[in-house]
Design a protein. Structure first.
Length: 452
């Protein structure tokens, strides 16, 4: 976004420019009429008609408006001042061509229509050229130099408005597509995903049956203990292996169940239709215990990850009260993803440091605390932080770390996408909270504070 000083400078430049243009009252009235009607009418076809009608009514100039296909670069007539949108001849006169500068042909003045160079241009136009159309103005007797200059400026205004109309229609198409996509996801992903719960329940049932079989086998094996010691030893070994496998399967099934539970929660929360309808996160707040209902389950999900990376985790509730007393009203699904993102970052970027005893350790510390009157008198808050060991992030990077797409060159460690912390910031702020980062002597603290 430009600064206020930049805008002031541009306004002054435009004021000086218009003073040099020397447009007469009729020309200024024509420009104002074009702008007024371009805002009054919706749709591209109406803008086509306005573009060719204003010169005809004000200056008796006949004109044809051509558009350029962004993919094929084919020139197509879309409106002319004789018949409007109807009965337009598809054949293109030989003198009509794509050019970057205006040119004259007999009594005609052909002016290329420029678009606006913005990041959105990549969505609308596929080539590197910024010419989106051609305006051919014709009048017997031709035009004076002043009239040629006015036509060029007029066509520039057509270009800006055409671009904005293109963008508006493209946005409408995108919104329709997104709404259809959300419905497709709900129908083809979220609803079928619920069936996995039945599969998991069946596996649990089969595993419990296996456990009952184990007990039966133990009884059978005990019966042969006295009469056939060798057979007893072999059967005992087989049963023991089976028990070990069954227990391991139970543990894996439990992890699958937890993974399914939170993946389903994240899917249903992130792809909530209201998010797409209103263009922002729409919260479904419920009363919950931040520590027990949100933080501990996510910490459990990352326990194996931390263990594999040799990271020690310490956790504390910085209160004398019990965790079940620290209650908040929040969107559990979205806040669970906030916490998951913080733990995911900690797993990626925690580094070894030398502790008080001189040993090299990787460690994470997380806690939750209550902040009295943080959001004003009588408005308490809950603060959660994750402190991970490693090299402190610089103050310069810290100021930008929650920005979308911002990445830190992290000494060869896994590079992130630059989105996770931005997501954290968005969700916490929608809850009315704040996020932050504090560089510490031997690590980095990421935290959020939300209303209690």
């Amino acid at each position: 976004m430009d600064t206020f000083a930049t805008i002031v400078k541009r306004v002054k430049q435009k004021k000086e420019a218009y003073a040099t243009y020397g447009f007469n009252k009729l020309e200024m009235a024509a420009l104002n009429t074009f702008f007024d009607l371009a805002q009054e009418y919706d749709g591209l076809e109406n803008l086509y008609l306005i573009s060719i009608t204003v010169p005809r009514i004000f200056f008796e100039i006949q004109s044809t408006l051509y558009m350029i296909d962004p993919k094929t670069k084919a020139i197509k007539p879309v409106a002319d001042s004789h018949s409007g949108l109807d009965n337009i001849q598809d054949n293109i006169p030989d003198h009509i061509r794509i050019a970057h500068s205006p040119y004259q042909h007999d009594h005609s003045y052909i002016v290329p229509i420029p678009g606006k160079r913005t990041p959105s241009s990549r969505i609308l136009f596929y080539g590197s050229d910024d010419i989106i159309g051609i305006f051919a103005a014709t009048r017997l007797g031709g035009f004076t130099e002043a009239e040629l200059f006015f036509i060029e400026k007029y066509v520039n205004r057509i270009g800006y408005n055409l671009y904005n109309k293109f963008l508006a229609e493209q946005n409408i198409q995108h919104l329709k597509f997104i709404n259809n996509l959300v419905a497709d996801i709900e129908h083809n992903v979220i609803v079928p995903n619920l069936r996995y719960k039945n599969y998991i329940n069946r596996i649990t049932k089969y595993l419990n049956t296996n456990k009952e079989i184990e007990n039966d086998l133990h009884d059978i094996v005990d019966e042969v203990k006295v009469g056939n010691p060798d057979l007893y030893a072999k059967l005992s070994e087989i049963v023991e292996h089976m028990v070990i496998i069954n227990r391991a399967t139970f543990n894996e099934q439990k992890k699958i169940g937890q993974h399914y539970k939170y993946t389903s929660l994240f899917l249903e929360t992130l792809l909530r239709p209201d998010h797409f309808l209103y263009g922002q996160y729409i919260l479904k707040k419920t009363s919950c215990y931040l520590w027990e209902d949100i933080i501990l389950p996510q910490l459990g999900r990352y326990t194996d990850v931390f263990a594999q990376k040799g990271i020690k985790v310490s956790k504390i509730i910085k209160e004398e009260r019990k965790p079940e007393d620290i209650e908040v009203k929040a969107d559990k699904g979205l806040m669970a993803q906030v916490v998951a993102n913080l733990f995911s970052n900690a797993a990626k970027y925690t580094e070894s440091v030398v502790d008080e005893s001189g040993k090299s350790v990787k460690k994470i510390h997380c806690n939750i605390s209550q902040l009295i009157d943080f959001f004003g008198y009588g408005h308490n808050a809950i603060r959660f932080h994750v402190l991970s060991s490693g090299q402190p992030i610089s103050e310069k990077d810290s100021a930008r770390i929650f920005e979308e797409g911002f990445r830190i060159t992290h000494r060869g460690l896994t590079e992130g996408a630059g989105h996770g912390l931005h997501f954290v910031k968005n969700v916490v702020e929608v809850h009315g909270g704040v996020v932050g980062h504090n560089p510490k002597e031997s690590g980095n603290e990421f935290f959020f504070v939300i209303p209690q």
